[in-house]
Design a protein around this ligand. Structure first.
Ligand code: ADP
Length: 252
């Protein structure tokens, strides 16, 4: 086993990362920045959450797929508390931390995260880069830079937001990470309208899962604001239908 490292005083991110990698899941817990972390198995899937909920969607664009509904969750709360393989950071292009969710993630993970980020030399809009999670309950942080919209997004900004999700998921695949939590990228300081962002997120995650569902256990949409929770609760049944489309019920 690698030599024991104190994550709050160490200045060597490589050594700290190797140390954390050598630990079992249980052993990592004592290095978390918080005690009230949330285990993945405590978070209901969309299939469980939507049970009994009748969808108002008359003709959902996508087919009901039970397997996909078990792979997606809506969670409202602080993304830094999630014990998942990776959380995604809505970073700014410097990757050196900032306000909003970015600041929360850097504060929780500790200074070694910023040290590792420094070696990545920034990130372009729509691209993604990966680091360790350090004192976070999440093993990795995937940093992606969303478009700065401030109002109606242009077609290229829509594509950039989509790319944030797809490129983050591509990194997850490459690192064999099976649970990934996303914040509402770009919808804070970057000013992308919340409803429009949710449409991009849900269509991107649905289409990605159709292709790759066997490679992941769970994708989590981590909302922070009540407004976003309402938007996703309303729109999830359209992209991940839970009931047969009206009119087909009698045939099933
Ligand atoms: P951006 O610069 O990409 O707009 P922000 O951090 O300003 O990013 O906001 C993105 C979203 O993250 C917003 O919905 C905001 O409410 C949310 N957010 C802020 N802090 C947290 C947190 N600790 N966990 C999850 N989401 C958060």
């Amino acid at each position: 086993m690698a030599a024991k490292v104190d994550l709050s005083t160490s200045t060597d991110w490589k050594e700290a990362k190797a140390f954390l990698k050598s630990l079992s899941d249980k052993q990592r817990e004592e290095h978390y920045f918080c005690r009230d972390f949330v285990k993945l198995k405590k978070i209901p899937t969309w299939k469980d959450m939507a049970k009994g909920a009748t969808t108002k969607e008359e003709e959902p664009q996508y087919k009901k797929d039970k397997a996909l509904n078990e792979k997606i969750s809506l969670f409202r709360g602080d993304i830094t508390k999630l014990e998942v393989d990776a959380i995604v950071n809505a970073a700014n292009s410097s990757l050196l931390g900032g306000g909003g969710v970015d600041g929360c993630i850097h504060r929780a993970a500790g200074h070694l995260l910023t040290e590792e980020c420094r070696t990545l030399h920034s990130c372009e809009t729509g691209k993604a880069k990966i680091t360790g999670g350090y004192r976070l309950p999440a093993k990795y942080v995937i940093h992606t830079v969303g478009p700065i919209a401030q109002g109606d997004p242009s077609p290229s900004q829509v594509q950039e937001l989509r790319n944030c999700y797809v490129n983050s998921l591509q990194l997850a695949l490459e690192h064999r990470l099976r649970s990934v939590a996303f914040p509402c990228i770009s919808t804070g300081v970057f000013g992308y309208p919340n409803e429009a962002a949710a449409e991009v997120v849900l269509s991107t995650l649905r289409e990605w899962l159709e292709e790759h569902k066997d490679k992941v256990d769970r994708l989590l949409i981590c909302v922070f604001l009540e407004k976003d929770e309402e938007i996703y609760r309303k729109r999830l049944p359209h992209f991940f239908p839970v009931d047969p489309p009206a009119g087909l019920q009698s045939q099933l």
